[in-house]
Structure formats: structure tokens, C-alpha cells
Design a protein around this ligand. Structure first.
Ligand code: DGJ
Length: 721
């Protein structure tokens, strides 16, 4: 049993950790413990409230402000920020949620309209609280994946009263840590510089990351971790929180007057409200809680395995992925069928599997100023249409993939001329364009029907094997023409519900297709999109050194199988940097591997090198994508990047190491490996040398000296008798 209930106490057990809370005085769920597995907890936070006279002390509402709570709300006597904030129809905010009942169910729970982790090998605890005066009920969900060491939390609010209520805030999870003497890890960045890690000490007050853009965003990510001060990649206590959501989110920690750290994650309450009519229910997205006592690396490996086994789905979720070539950085908008076929022939010749036609194949789109929404073939560029190109590419023995950006509309499009009201806008206010495009209003069913039909038709015409689903701007001028005034703040969440509906319908209609999600690079790289599409284009920055950083920090949460990574041309189009082909390939092997450059401009020697690289990727990809991942170096704070993947049985490993600058006359650098079996011996393919697993992990692997900038090494190790 992974969920036990005894003496008013819930004990949630995974393989390695315990999560315990209690119905104190039979009324309020009070958090007792989260950490390494324990049999029970005898201590109780109430016993530490020494300022009360112990003898006369009984639990009363005032003490809530001092206790770690499982479901803190605004409007009662807990005066800290809560996870639920309601505005009743009479304009008041009072709320007193007390325990009513609970049940323990087998399996995980499907959330209406939202993606969630799947699987029968879980147990779900539902604790129902109620506010007797208003008839509002809150169901706290805890799904425990015992073997995967993950607990999912989310909240359902039901209105069983007679008047409507406005939900002004509804977080997915809130955990009160009694000791705020910890660090907080967050990811922040920008376009082409996504997911830079930031670590800071917790201090009294609120420290948070959030996005208000309607998407999980380039600027930050729906993932945070709290960790002990001494936590490193390999050791220390780490508590991860990751949200399965693609819209505006909030993740924050409030350190209170007694040094308790309330950590909450969920839909961003800023620019959000939801009108809950009597009889209605509202569910929040799932938040995945992970505890690791083996440092940050241990947390990442728990998330990676969970993502492989419970988040991604479909035939590509655990299978090989095609090596692709994408024409974007090869041609941008400047292509025709002949040029594409020339590129495809060369791709086939060097061992590439899939040819992807990126932006510019539809309407009259010769730059980014037109045609989004008009998903009809541009016969000037493709005289025989998509089908002729696709047939020709299939005849070469390649698979064919297509780029689409379904959520957008260009003002210069037939669609906009026919339906100027289909975009998100506010009455007669100026419609603010970004990349010369507007966002379709996915809260409208007619818009969703159009997208499903137009994109399905393009996919069918293209006979596509792969789809890249892009999204290149965020929402501004928030207005949904079909929503009443008091529901306008539902737009952001309704947009995401609409998005999930269309991606669900399209991905289900085409189960044989590999879908890759994208948002101007990694602007919507989140667990929500991953449930539908097993890989995401990591960043528009394809420079090998920048990618060392971006991929390293992206791997804090996401496994290599989820990160699209391509070899591009030098000088690099984003940074102007020159890096060796070998390094560009080694770095792209930290993700789902592909190319994004004009092969026809390469020398015969470079094409030969690409043939060798592709043979290697075909042989190694299952280990590269699904192996146990260890970060070895920190490219944000050093001159090196390094990571390795190890098979489950620890008989095979691939190590990647990259130096940024070359410095002359250096001493021998020994790279400490990780995750190997200390008792085994490993053969280094390239040198024929044999090392002990213990030796490689405790003494290190002797790296070659860097003799030029951005030099890399890939070391393939196999266990020998
Ligand atoms: C942004 C994507 O990230 C790029 O890879 C490319 O597809 C462009 N959009 C096309 O407009």
C-alpha cells in the first residue's frame, strides 16, 4: 500500500520517501513530514507552539497561522498567502475549509480538459474539505507512483452552494517546510537563452517565478526546487516541483515570521479568475513533487524516468527517433521544390531519416509578414503542392515532416479578411502585432474547429510522418469577444484548455506521426505539451557552446528524449561562433538529434564525417535518449560542459565533454564519472584502454588536453569481463 490512513494520519509512501500529514483535531490537514522514508513521525508541530500554555491549549482557528498546512486558504485565520482564494457572490472572502471525508482509489486520475500523468500503477488519495456556510468543497488529490518516487497533487473546487463564487486563486500544490534554511533553484531566461539556472538562499518574504504571458514561456519555467544548503549534483536533499501546464503559472515560496517556507505552484492568479456556478467544478493542473536525497542529479533522474514512463505517450515515447534535417537555417523562406529536393537527396546520402519542411510553404509567405491561417500550398514554391514534394521525398527513402503554426493569424491572410473577429482583441483598441501576427482566440469553438480541419487537411496532403507545432508570440490586449465581462479573466486558462483540446484531437487522429512542439525555440517547453508531443525544440540558439548550457539546465527536469537539438552551420547564425563539427554533433546528441544547415555547402570530408556521426547516432540513440543521465560539469560557471548517460544495467555508458576556451600548458584534467558499477571494468572504445568503474568515478577519466577552442570528446564505455 502506498497510501495508509491510521489515527487521523495519512502516510504516503514511495520507494524512497514518505509524505505525512494529519487531520489535526479531526478538522485541518496539517503537514508533518516530507523526506527520506520513515516508519512514522511522533513529533507534532503543535507541541512546539510553546507560547501557548500547553495545559489549556486546544487547537483553535488562531493557531492555523502557526502550523504547516496542506490546504491553506485566504479568508480564515491563516494570514499567510494561501493556495485558494474565493470571492463569494456577496462580495466577501471568508473561507473555513474543514475535513469532511476522504477516499483512496486505485490508479491515477484523469483531469477534465487538462493533461495528466497516466498509469494504473498508482494510488490516489482524495481528501475532501468543505466550507459549511458557502457549500464550497475542495478535493485535495494526491496520486502516488510508488516505484517512480513521484507524488502528483492537484485541487478540485466544487460549488455545492446556491450562489456563484469567483475563484481568484487556485494553486495545484502547497507544501509548508518547517525549516526555511534552504536554497531555491529556478530557471529563467529569454528567447535563445532559455532556462538559465539561478540558485538563491531563501529569506523572509516571497520569492517567486511566474509568467503572465499566457504561455509557460522563454522567460521562466514551471519548475522549481528547494534544497539543503549543502546540496550538490550528487548529494543533499532536494525537493522538486513541476507543473503539467502550458499557460501562465506561479511558483513561489513565502518564508513567514517563524522561518517556515510555504511553497506553492499553480495557475498564475494574476489576470485569472473563474466564475464557479452552483453545481460546477474547477480542476487545477497536476504538480509533480519529487524528493531526492542524492542531490540535484538524483532529482533529475527521478523526473526523467517519470517523464518517460508516465508523461510522454504514443509509439515514439520510448522508441527510436528519426535523425532529421530541417530546412529552416538552410534556406529560411527562400526555397523552391528543386532546392528542397537537392537538400533531401544529400540528406539521404549521408544517412538522415527525415526531411522537415519548415516555415514558408503556405499562402504567399515569403517572410514572416503574412499568411498564417491560410494553410494552403504555395504553388509558386511548390508547383505540385505538398503532396508532390512529399511523394518525391518518400521516393528517396526519407520520411517527410512539416512545420505548422496553428494558433496564429496574420493580418495579411484570407482567414483574417474573412474572420477579423477570430483573434484575441479588445473591441476597437489597436490590435498589437508581434512578429506581424495575432493570436487566434482558442476559447471559441468555431476557431478550434477551423484549426483542426485546416491542419488535418495539410497533414493529409503532406502525407506527413512528423509535425513541428510552432507558436511564435504571446498574448497581449487580452480580450475574448464571446466571454461576458465577469469572465474575461478566464481567457488565459480557457486558451490553454482550447489548445489542449485541439492538440489532443490532432495527435489522436494521427497516431503514427511524430509531433515536436516548439515556441520560437523553447518558449513553451513544459510537461503539459510533452504529454501530447514527445519532443520539444529546445531553443532557437543552435550554437554548440550555448546549447551546452541550455541543454544542461533543461536536463534538470527534462530527459534528452524530450529536447530537440540540431547540428547547424558555422559561423553560427545566432552567435557568429565557429565550433568544430564533432562538437556540434556531440552536443546535439544530448537531445533528439538532427541537422539544420545547408548540406550542399559542406565539403566531401565534412559529409563523410556526418555519415560517421549518423551511424553512431543510430547505434547509440536508445542509450542517449533513455539512459540514466548525469551532469558532470557546470557550463554556466566553468570553462567546461560535461554529461553522461548510463544504461540501466550499468554495462554501457556514453560520456560527453566540451571545453569552451583552450588554455595552453594545462595539467592533466581527470573527469570524475558517475553512475557506473564500481565493481565492473569498462573498455574505452576509442583508446582500447580498460578502467575500473570505481577508478572512473573516484579517480577520474584522463581527458585529452584542449588544443583548440570548443574541443569535445565522446567516450563510449562498455563493461568487460
Ligand atoms: C521559430 C522556430 O523556433 C524556428 O525553428 C522556426 O521554425 C521559425 N519559428 C519559423 O518561423
Amino acid at each position: 500500500m502506498s497510501i495508509c490512513f491510521e489515527n487521523n494520519r495519512f502516510h504516503l509512501k514511495t520507494r524512497r520517501y514518505s509524505y505525512i500529514f494529519e487531520l489535526t483535531a479531526g478538522r485541518y490537514p496539517v503537514h508533518l513530514y516530507w523526506g527520506r522514508k520513515v516508519r512514522d513521525i511522533n513529533d507534532h508541530p503543535l507541541s512546539r507552539l510553546t507560547r501557548y500554555d500547553d495545559k489549556s491549549f486546544t487547537l483553535n482557528e488562531q493557531t492555523l497561522d502557526h502550523l504547516p498546512l496542506e490546504c491553506p486558504v485566504f479568508g480564515g485565520s491563516d494570514l499567510r498567502p494561501g493556495m485558494l482564494h474565493l470571492l463569494h457572490a456577496d462580495g466577501t472572502h471568508a473561507l473555513d475549509l474543514v475535513y469532511k471525508t476522504h477516499e483512496i482509489l486505485d490508479g491515477s486520475k484523469v483531469i477534465q480538459g487538462l493533461p495528466s500523468a497516466r498509469g494504473d500503477d498508482a494510488q490516489t488519495l482524495v481528501v475532501t474539505l468543505e466550507d459549511r456556510v458557502s457549500g464550497i468543497k475542495a478535493d485535495l488529490f494526491y496520486t502516488v507512483w510508488q516505484d517512480l518516487d513521484v507524488i502528483a497533487r492537484h485541487l478540485r473546487i466544487r460549488n455545492e452552494g446556491t450562489a456563484h463564487a469567483m475563484i481568484e486563486e487556485a494553486m495545484s500544490a502547497s507544501v509548508d517546510f518547517e525549516n526555511a534554511d534552504m536554497d531555491l533553484l529556478t530557471l529563467s531566461g529569454s528567447w535563445a537563452r532559455e532556462r538559465e539556472p539561478f540558485r538563491r538562499s531563501l529569506v523572509p518574504g516571497i520569492q517567486a517565478v511566474s509568467t503572465e504571458r499566457g504561455a509557460s514561456s522563454h522567460q521562466t519555467s514551471p519548475f522549481i526546487a528547494l534544497m539543503s544548503k549543502n546540496a550538490t549534483e550528487r548529494s543533499g536533499d532536494v525537493y522538486g516541483f513541476a507543473l503539467c501546464y502550458s499557460g501562465s503559472f506561479y511558483a513561489g515560496v513565502n518564508v513567514d515570521q517563524f522561518g517556515m517556507a510555504r511553497t506553492m505552484m499553480g495557475i498564475n492568479p494574476y489576470n485569472f479568475a473563474w466564475k464557479l456556478q452552483p453545481g460546477d467544478a474547477f480542476e487545477t493542473p497536476e504538480c509533480y513533487l519529487v524528493y531526492s536525497d542524492t542531490g540535484i542529479g538524483g532529482m533529475s533522474r527521478i523526473y526523467h524516468r517519470f517523464i518517460h514512463e508516465r508523461i510522454t505517450s504514443g509509439r515514439f515515447a520510448s522508441g527510436p527517433r528519426p535523425i532529421l534535417i530541417n530546412n529552416w537555417e538552410a534556406t529560411y523562406f527562400n526555397f523552391n521544390e528543386d532546392k528542397l529536393l537537392e537538400l533531401a537527396r544529400c540528406a539521404k546520402d549521408v544517412g538522415i531519416d527525415l526531411f522537415v519542411l519548415d516555415d514558408g510553404w503556405f499562402g504567399h509567405r515569403d517572410s514572416d509578414n503574412s499568411s498564417l491561417g491560410d494553410w494552403t500550398d504555395d504553388l509558386n514554391k511548390l508547383p505540385g503542392g505538398l503532396r508532390h514534394l512529399s511523394d518525391s521525398i518518400h521516393e528517396l527513402g526519407l520520411k517527410f515532416g512539416l512545420w505548422v503554426e496553428p494558433e496564429m493569424i496574420s493580418p495579411d491572410s484570407d482567414l483574417y479578411r474573412a474572420h477579423p473577429d477570430w483573434c484575441i482583441h479588445v473591441g476597437s483598441r489597436q490590435r498589437l502585432e508581434s512578429r506581424q501576427q495575432l493570436v487566434l482566440d482558442l476559447t471559441r469553438s468555431d476557431v478550434r474547429e477551423y484549426i483542426v480541419s485546416a491542419i488535418s487537411s495539410a497533414i493529409n496532403r503532406a502525407n506527413a510522418d512528423y509535425i513541428k507545432w510552432d507558436m511564435n508570440r504571446n498574448i497581449s490586449m487580452w480580450g475574448a469577444s464571446q466571454l461576458p465581462a465577469d469572465q474575461q479573466q478566464e481567457l488565459g486558462h480557457r486558451y490553454i484548455l482550447g489548445l489542449y483540446e485541439i492538440v489532443d484531437r490532432i495527435t489522436k487522429a494521427f497516431p503514427a506521426i511524430l509531433f515536436e512542439s516548439c515556441s520560437g525555440g523553447g518558449g513553451r517547453f513544459d510537461l503539459g505539451m510533452l504529454t501530447f508531443m514527445p519532443q520539444t525544440w529546445c531553443s532557437d540558439d543552435t550554437d554548440a557552446w550555448m546549447r551546452c548550457r541550455i541543454e544542461s539546465s533543461t536536463s534538470l527536469l527534462f530527459p534528452p528524449s524530450a529536447m530537440g537539438a540540431h547540428v547547424s552551420a558555422v559561423p553560427n547564425h545566432q552567435t557568429g561562433r565557429n565550433t568544430p563539427l564533432q562538437t556540434r554533433a556531440a552536443v546535439a546528441m544530448c537531445g533528439t538529434f538532427g541537422y539544420e544547415l545547408d548540406l550542399l555547402k559542406l565539403t566531401p570530408e565534412e559529409l563523410d564525417e556526418i555519415r560517421t556521426i549518423n551511424t553512431r547516432v543510430h547505434a547509440w540513440q536508445m542509450l542517449l535518449y533513455y539512459g540514466n543521465f548525469y551532469r558532470l560539469c557546470d557550463p554556466y560557471n566553468s570553462n567546461e560542459a560535461g554529461w553522461m548517460v548510463v544504461s540501466d544495467d550499468r554495462s554501457e555508458a556514453i560520456v560527453t565533454h566540451v571545453y569552451a576556451m583552450a588554455y595552453p600548458n594545462q595539467k592533466q584534467r581527470m573527469l570524475l564519472l558517475d553512475g557506473l558499477d564500481p565493481d565492473l571494468h569498462y573498455l574505452d572504445d576509442a583508446t582500447g584502454r580498460i578502467y575500473g568503474g570505481d577508478e572512473l568515478m573516484y579517480h577520474g577519466y584522463p581527458l585529452k588536453t584542449a588544443w583548440n577552442d570548443y574541443m569535445s570528446q565522446q567516450i563510449h564505455l562498455t563493461a568487460v569481463k
